[in-house]
Design a binder for this molecule. Structure first.
Ligand SMILES: Nc1nc2c(ncn2[C@@H]2O[C@H](COP(=O)(O)OP(=O)(O)OP(=O)(O)O)[C@@H](O)[C@H]2O)c(=O)[nH]1
Ligand SMILES: [Mg+2]
Length: 186
């Protein structure tokens, strides 16, 4: 049994999971985190480093790392991959012009060996705004079919209205629970 598996088993016994909130700048990662924490979502500013917050979902203690998505910061993302069990990839579904860049970054990220067995939740954010693309369209434009054996979930959400946010975090908690159960029974 590898060290990583032992650490994961230990964390599951403690009902803890480490989640990275990633995506391009301006996608709405920090706003989503504020929504999850029931904080004011009106005042947000770009994240230049990272912030760590914890939430409890269905008895699971999630440590969420909200990491800045600006281009100059992306080379630092890899510093956070160790022991990560889930990625929440946030997409600005209003900004069609950046979906190619978004697709490229996501596919590059998923090549990382340390992220092979993570839970992957993709959030098409800003669904409240007129002209936003729906989850099905984003799924196609991000070429998620190329992810092959990797399972994922894509959902439309709005950090501003809160639509879909609870369902999204519930999916994550269930998926983490299932995958950790799998590890435990190995
Ligand atoms: N209409 C709408 N605007 C949103 C939503 N979520 C976030 N925004 C806006 O999008 C902008 C960027 O939000 P942030 O949460 O700072 O984005 P971020 O992904 O954390 O950006 P970085 O920290 O730079 O990586 C802000 O002006 C938010 O008000 C949403 O659901 N709907
Ligand atoms: Mg931010």
């Amino acid at each position: 049994m590898g060290l990583l598996t032992i650490l994961r088993k230990q964390k599951w016994k403690e009902k803890e999971a480490r989640v990275l909130l990633l995506g391009l700048d301006n996608a709405g990662k920090t706003t989503i985190l504020k929504r999850l924490l029931n904080e004011n979502t009106i005042t947000v500013s770009p994240t230049f480093g990272f912030q760590i917050r914890t939430i409890n979902v269905e008895g699971l203690h999630l440590t969420i790392w909200d990491i800045g998505g600006q281009k100059t910061l992306r080379s630092f993302w890899k510093n956070y991959f160790e022991s990560t069990e889930a990625i929440v990839w946030v997409v600005d579904s209003l900004d069609e012009s950046r979906l190619l860049e978004c697709k490229h970054q996501l596919h590059e990220l998923l090549l990382e060996e340390k992220l092979l067995n993570i839970s992957l939740l993709i959030l098409a954010n800003k669904s409240d705004a007129a002209g936003s693309l729906d989850a099905k369209t984003i799924e196609q434009l991000l070429h998620l079919d190329e992810l092959k054996s990797r399972h994922y979930c894509i959902l439309s959400v709005s950090a501003i209205t809160g639509d879909g946010i609870q369902e999204a975090i519930n999916w994550l908690a269930s998926d983490l629970r299932e995958s950790k159960m799998g590890i435990l029974s190995n």
